[in-house]
Structure formats: structure tokens, C-alpha cells
Design a protein around this ligand. Structure first.
Ligand code: CTP
Length: 221
């Protein structure tokens, strides 16, 4: 039987952090578990992995395989902001076969970084924000223009609106909207309970399919 060729995965993990001053930042509760588990699994299966991650714990990084072979197939870049993650993702994209965009990229960054620590004495301080680059959307544009065989998989954490079935429908509709808007092949939709947990309920929606299917699994699975 012909051996499956090894693939190159670009996997993003963890939150991004957008600095406001030397001690304060905007971020989110993502831990990086899903991305690290995905990287571990891809390495275990003999694939090449480009791992780009925001600030995540040393403990989690220790889960990456330690064999010489795996170390050689792993190219790891630690970043802080969405801008840095964007640049790291676009570098070397030509050799990538599959993108797993598990990172929780902060959507907003402070309009201005203050080199001096902001003082609390200012009454009713207003912090102006600017949008960060939508990394996955730009990867979707790259796929459309230059690399049609690139497989793009995104994730969407949705709270949805309404109750019960209506809530689930709205979560799925939102995930579908992102799948189309960002030119993805598939999207995994989960809910805030998944953050930091070892397992999650994902609804996986592939391009062109109407119904998503439910996967209740550990992040490793
Ligand atoms: N994503 C990204 N760059 C951003 C924001 C999100 O690459 N600036 C990626 C995430 O890694 C995820 C997918 O896009 O794989 C969906 O992210 P999500 O935050 O759910 O969607 P948004 O595009 O931010 O949309 P909204 O704020 O409307 O929910």
C-alpha cells in the first residue's frame, strides 16, 4: 500500500495579547489546549508542524512530543499580538497544506500604546480601540488567489442568541457565516465552556454541507 505523504500543518494556539501600557493588556481566556493537542497529534503522526502561539503556559508546552524526530519536524514561534501572529502565519505559507486556526485572536487592540503606565487619577478614562488583522480571512484570500489546495479549518466560539434549539441554530448560523466569509473548508463551533477544558462539544461544519455534525470529544481526540 502506498504510504501517505506527510503534510505540513500550520497550527495557531492560545490567545493573543494586545498591550495598553507596560503592565496592562487586552486578551481573552483561551489557554491554547486545543492547538497544543492538535500539534501533538500531527507530530505523533509524522507530519511537519509550524506552531504559532500566543502566551501559553510552560506546562502546556511540555505536552509536545520530545523525540528527536518530532523536534525536527516542529517549527515553533511564540508571539504576543495579533499583528505578530499574522506575520508569523504568512511567513512560509507556500509550504503549508493544512491550517488549523485554533487561536483566539483578540479582535481589538488599543489605538495607542502608552509607554508610561496610565494613571488612575484620570476620571472616566476612555480607551480607544482599533481592529486587529483578521488572520484567517487573509489566509482565505491567499487560498483563493494563490493556493487553492490549501485546507483551511477555523474555529468559532459562539454564545448564540435565544434559548434551546433556537440558540443552537443561531450558533451554527454564525459559524456558517464565518466559514463562508473567510473562505474556509470547515469550521468547528464550540461554546465558552470549552475554554481551558480538556474536552468540548464541537459542531463541525464542512463547506457545502447544510447540517453540522456533533462531536463530543477530548481535545486530544
Ligand atoms: N480569527 C483570526 N483573526 C482574527 C479573529 C479571528 O484569524 N482577528 C480566526 C480565529 O482563530 C477563528 C476564526 O477566525 O479560527 C473565527 O474567530 P471568531 O473570533 O469566532 O470570529 P471573528 O472573525 O472574530 O468574528 P466575530 O467577532 O464577529 O465573532
Amino acid at each position: 500500500m502506498a504510504q501517505r505523504p506527510n503534510l505540513t500543518y500550520l497550527i495557531t494556539a492560545g490567545p493573543t495579547v494586545e498591550d495598553l501600557d507596560p503592565v496592562r493588556f487586552i486578551s481573552n481566556r483561551a489557554t491554547g489546549k486545543l492547538g497544543i493537542e492538535a500539534a501533538r497529534e500531527a507530530l505523533r503522526r509524522g507530519h511537519q508542524v509550524i506552531l504559532v502561539h500566543g502566551p501559553i503556559s510552560e506546562e502546556l508546552l511540555k505536552r509536545l512530543p520530545k523525540s528527536e524526530g518530532a523536534k525536527q519536524r516542529l517549527n515553533r514561534t511564540a508571539v504576543r499580538s495579533a499583528r505578530e501572529m499574522n506575520a508569523a502565519c504568512h511567513a512560509g505559507l507556500g509550504s503549508v497544506d493544512v491550517v488549523l486556526m485554533t487561536a483566539a485572536v483578540a479582535d481589538f487592540a488599543p489605538l495607542r500604546y502608552s509607554a508610561a503606565k496610565l494613571k488612575k487619577a484620570v476620571q472616566g478614562r476612555v480607551i480607544r480601540l482599533k481592529p486587529t488583522p483578521d488572520i484567517l480571512k487573509s489566509l482565505g484570500e491567499y487560498k483563493a488567489r494563490r493556493h487553492p489546495r490549501l485546507v483551511l479549518i477555523g474555529f468559532a466560539l459562539e454564545t448564540g442568541a435565544g434559548r434551546g434549539g433556537a440558540r443552537q441554530e443561531s450558533q451554527l448560523a454564525e459559524a456558517r457565516r464565518k466559514l463562508e466569509r473567510k473562505n474556509l473548508d470547515a469550521i468547528g463551533q464550540d461554546t465558552p465552556e470549552a475554554m481551558g477544558a480538556d474536552s468540548a462539544v464541537f459542531r463541525v461544519l464542512a463547506r457545502g454541507e447544510r447540517e453540522g455534525y456533533l462531536v463530543s470529544a477530548t481535545k486530544q481526540e
